[in-house]
Structure formats: structure tokens, C-alpha cells
Design a protein around this ligand. Structure first.
Ligand code: ADP
Ligand code: NI
Length: 214
């Protein structure tokens, strides 16, 4: 099992280093730390499934996918993971994405752990940094007084609009605290959520920008 995790780790580093700083290998390392912390509260969780899902969860992200990209399934195959393990890891990865609020039902403890671990890295100081890194990499505005944050949207709508970075706080980041699945994830999200609210208040004090296009 250790050999599979090592093999997959070696293969994914090069892939994530091609993504911008919001989804680089450091993101994976932070999510791994969060996942291991949450997993301590679930002794029955399969840690190998958790680790492999963390390593592979953003490989196939539609925001970065290009033709010819290797898929998590191919990567697991080439690391000689057994079929049963491969299926479990792929199921876990599927439960991670927010998709504009159109998320999958959580199907396993491992899915809950990895989803919450990924979401913790989307909020707080690091979440703020990542959001501006993502917006910067795509040439987006910092904030936009004319833009109204969407509350209901399809996955396609969520992906297709080049929203300003602060709009993303209202469309996703501020919602995550209440979408955490595990008790430990909820606990860890509180302080990070408060920090984002403080940030938005300070942004308003400095710029007059009041958020949410209102
Ligand atoms: P999903 O794509 O399902 O929302 P991700 O975990 O890939 O979830 O998103 C990760 C992070 O990437 C977000 O928390 C945010 O920091 C950044 N990001 C994604 N979409 C946007 C966006 N439209 N504007 C600004 N940042 C974004
Ligand atoms: Ni992620």
C-alpha cells in the first residue's frame, strides 16, 4: 500500500506544478494535513483511500483539464492499485467538488473527510490567498461593484462566468462553513469563516466596496 501511495505521489507532483498557485502541490499538502487531522476523529476510516483521494482529487478538475491529461483512474492503474481500491478512491474523489452548489451526496466517511479537508483550504487566510491567485492567473478583477453574486446556479453557469474574485466569496466561500459534513471540519471552519468576514469588512472600510453587487 505504501508503495502505491509513493508511486502516485511521484506522478502527481509534476501535474500540480503546472497549475496556478491556487491548485499547486502545496494545496495538496495542506489538504492532506487537514484530512489526517479530521481522520483522527474517524478511527474506522481507510487512510490509504483518504490519502490517494487527496493526492488525486484535483488532477481531473474541469478548470484545468486539457485534452490528453492523465486521469486519476489511469494513474491508479499505472501504480498497480487493485480494482477495489481504485473504485473506492474514485468514488471518494467524486464527492469532493462544490460545483456551484450542485454537489454529490456524501457516500462514505472517506468522502466526508476529503471534502471537508479540501473545503478548509478554500476558506480562511489561505482561502483568500488562493482566490486572488486563481483570479489573478485568469486576469479577473479583484472586485466588481456591478456584479451580482448568484445564489442558485447550474454547474455550467458556475464554471462559465469570469466573475471577480470577491464575488467568489459570496457564491461559494461564505457558504462552506454550513456545508461542512464532519464535526471536526465544522469546528475548524469557524475561525476561518470569521476571518473572511473580517477581511470583507476591512475591504469595505478601505475601498467602499460593499460586496454582493448591491
Ligand atoms: P470548485 O471548482 O468545485 O468550486 P475547487 O476546490 O476547485 O472547487 O476551487 C478551489 C478554489 O479555487 C476556490 O476555493 C477558489 O479559491 C478558487 N476558485 C475557484 N473558482 C473561482 C472563481 N470563479 N473565482 C475565484 N476563485 C476561484
Ligand atoms: Ni482541491
Amino acid at each position: 500500500m505504501e508503495a502505491i501511495v509513493r508511486n502516485v505521489t511521484e506522478q502527481v507532483i509534476d501535474i500540480y506544478e503546472q497549475f496556478d498557485a491556487s491548485h499547486d502541490y502545496d494545496h495538496i499538502l495542506r489538504v492532506m494535513k487537514n484530512a489526517e487531522e479530521i481522520a483522527l476523529t474517524f478511527p474506522e476510516a481507510d487512510l490509504s483511500v483518504v490519502r490517494l483521494a487527496v493526492l488525486l482529487h484535483d488532477i481531473d478538475d474541469p478548470k484545468y483539464r486539457e485534452n490528453g491529461n492523465v486521469t486519476p483512474m489511469e494513474l491508479l492503474r499505472s501504480a498497480r492499485a487493485a480494482d477495489e481500491l481504485t473504485t473506492k478512491v474514485l468514488d471518494t474523489i467524486r464527492s469532493v467538488s462544490f460545483n456551484g452548489g450542485n454537489e454529490e451526496e456524501i457516500i462514505s466517511i472517506e468522502g466526508a473527510i476529503v471534502r471537508d479537508a479540501d473545503r478548509l483550504d478554500a476558506i480562511g487566510a489561505i482561502g483568500i490567498a488562493r482566490t486572488f491567485a486563481f483570479g489573478g492567473a485568469r486576469g479577473r478583477k479583484l472586485y466588481d461593484a456591478d456584479e451580482i453574486a448568484r445564489t442558485e446556479m447550474s454547474e455550467d453557469e458556475y464554471r462559465s462566468k469570469d466573475t471577480a474574485s470577491v464575488t467568489h466569496f459570496y457564491e461559494k466561500l461564505l457558504l462552506l462553513k454550513d456545508l461542512m459534513v464532519t464535526a471536526e471540519g465544522k469546528r475548524l471552519a469557524e475561525e476561518r469563516h470569521e476571518f473572511m468576514l473580517d477581511f470583507l469588512e476591512q475591504l469595505k472600510a478601505e475601498t467602499g466596496f460593499d460586496g454582493n453587487g448591491k
